[in-house]
Design a protein around this ligand. Structure first.
Ligand code: COA
Length: 159
């Protein structure tokens, strides 16, 4: 599929209904509206970004800044827009924002069976660092823990 013209910006409360449309297509146990509202309005450590094609929200990603680490909370791209670089674009944006808030490394959990997400993270330099047994409450699947140390290209540029 041809690459779409994609814009990236911070998520707002007004975006939540469209973000939830993406969320429901991506996950079997999607986040509720109240979780998104709480993340955007009551969690000072959270940063969320959306990807837009025209007016349409086609993806989103979030990170919590905990001390000098960025913890990816979630990322999803509408299946109709996957494999066009949007997941990578979202990861780049939230990594840049995390670095601005002092992050020197990024970490995340991913289902051991989720090979497409693992492929994205591996491409970006994340490496496996362990397993959290039965991490996912719905089906008790294990999570792979991945880490990415952010090199000088991130931390010395002031980006
Ligand atoms: C994981 C996800 C966010 C990737 O989004 P995306 O926009 O399709 O990813 P990109 O197009 O930016 O892919 C970048 C690279 O990641 C890798 N990749 C992504 N999806 C892949 C797949 N299905 N198979 C193999 N490699 C894949 C490739 O290396 C790709 O580069 P390439 O297209 O040049 O080969 C998307 O598949 C998704 O929303 N999945 C459902 C929700 C989910 O599992 N989220 C992660 C929870 S931890």
């Amino acid at each position: 599929m041809a690459e779409a013209n994609v814009e990236y910006r911070l998520m707002t409360v007004d975006d939540i209904p469209l973000v939830q449309l993406v969320e429901r297509k991506c996950f079997t146990t999607p986040w509720s509206r109240s979780i998104f509202v709480s993340e955007l309005t009551r969690n000072d450590n959270a940063i969320y970004a959306v990807a837009l094609v025209g007016e349409r929200i086609v993806g989103y990603a979030g990170v919590w800044i905990i001390l000098d680490e960025g913890h990816i909370t979630n990322i999803g791209v509408d299946p109709s827009f996957q494999r066009q670089g949007i997941g990578q674009g979202l990861m780049d944006m939230i990594t840049k924002l995390a670095v601005e808030r002092g992050a020197v490394a990024m970490t995340l959990e991913v289902r051991v069976s989720n090979f497409s997400a693992q492929a994205l993270y591996t491409k970006l330099g994340f490496v496996p660092r362990g397993i959290r047994k039965e991490y996912y409450q719905d089906d008790k699947e294990d999570a792979l823990i991945m880490w990415r140390e952010l090199g000088e290209e991130w931390t010395n540029t002031g980006n």
